[in-house]
Design a protein around this ligand. Structure first.
Ligand SMILES: Cc1ncc(COP(=O)(O)O)c(C=O)c1O
Length: 304
């Protein structure tokens, strides 16, 4: 088990030492899975990725993930080189080669491919894109559910959409990584990032929700990743009569929340224990628990 608590902390699984990885159509042992140092993803962070989870042999919310993936690739003129069915087939082959069905996390990565020269211009990538699929046996550690995550608000902010739109799940995550480092220096597990106006927006790796006086609040959705799990939680609240608002709010309201939780494909809903050293609520978390149960049921129906 990793000592360091992050929202992506998973139980150690010895099987991951021998997983097979998809690299441009080949499926090879992880020690053999390599890309060129001239690859645009390595050299410049020029690529797009998706994180997905396999439940009962089915990729949860595959269409939503593909919608975001293809939209992002289109936005940066990155030709995927295959359609959604082609991606599904690459995923199927990789899961089959690894005999994986349940508790699996996948990182699907597409870069602009190998460059002729070590410079920035996209036209220097002449080989076509590089597609890599890493699938690992992965179960979030149970202790996160009881203990919760510690957040620190950080100076690094989410950008405006006309710089590098935070909706791009790009290989370059430096904005988030700088935020994460700042949180670590403050003694926290993950960073709570503000938007350019000072409103609470998201964490460096997950979307952020609070529960105040029976209402669930999350940011307006500007400046944060358009998380698939975020949208599912919003929809579940609306469908189940849980008051839900997408609105601007400040640290003032977050500190005084009764509950707070993060959302993401890996951890589903992860409770927040404290923000900037201030304990959030009583730790009972009835609304978070209700949403977790509803989400579990949704996954069950979706992957039956
Ligand atoms: C910055 C950031 N926020 C939130 C998320 C969660 O999104 P999802 O629920 O689609 O996994 C991700 C995942 O890629 C992310 O990188």
């Amino acid at each position: 088990m990793t000592d360091h608590t992050t929202t992506h902390a998973a139980d150690e699984d010895a099987r991951n030492r021998d997983i097979k990885i998809y690299v441009n159509g080949d499926i090879v042992h992880r020690d053999e899975a390599k890309v060129s140092v001239y690859d645009a993803g390595f050299m410049l962070g020029d690529g797009i990725w998706e994180g997905m989870r396999l439940y009962n042999g089915t990729w949860a919310f595959f269409d939503e993930h593909m919608d975001r993936f293809f939209n992002s690739c289109k936005a940066i003129s990155l030709d995927v080189g295959m359609d959604k069915a082609g991606i599904a087939e690459a995923l199927r082959r990789t899961a089959e080669a690894n005999d994986m069905h349940e508790d699996v996390h996948c990182r699907l990565m597409l870069t602009r491919g190998i460059k002729d020269k070590p410079f920035q211009h996209p036209s220097l990538s002449t080989t076509g894109p590089t597609l890599v699929i890493i699938m690992e046996h992965s179960k979030p550690v149970d202790r996160l559910q009881s203990k919760g995550i510690r957040l620190a608000s950080v100076p690094q902010v989410r950008g405006l959409p006309h710089s590098q739109d935070p909706k791009l799940n790009s290989h370059s995550k430096l904005n988030c990584i700088i935020a994460c480092l700042q949180a670590e220096e403050a003694g926290a597990d993950e960073a709570l990032m503000l938007d350019p106006h000072g409103f609470v927006n998201t964490t460096n790796a997950c979307n952020f929700f609070i529960v105040r006086r029976g209402e669930v609040w999350t940011s307006t959705g500007d400046y944060c990743m358009n998380g698939v799990t975020r949208q599912k939680v919003i929809d579940l609240c609306h469908e189940n009569g849980i008051p839900m608002r997408e609105k601007n709010f400040a640290l003032y309201e977050a500190y005084g929340a009764d509950e707070a939780f993060l959302t993401g494909t890996f951890g589903a809903q992860t409770p927040v224990a404290e923000i900037d050293g201030k304990t959030i609520g009583s730790g009972e978390r009835p609304v978070t628990k209700r949403i977790q149960a509803l989400y579990k049921e949704l996954i069950k129906q979706h992957t039956a």
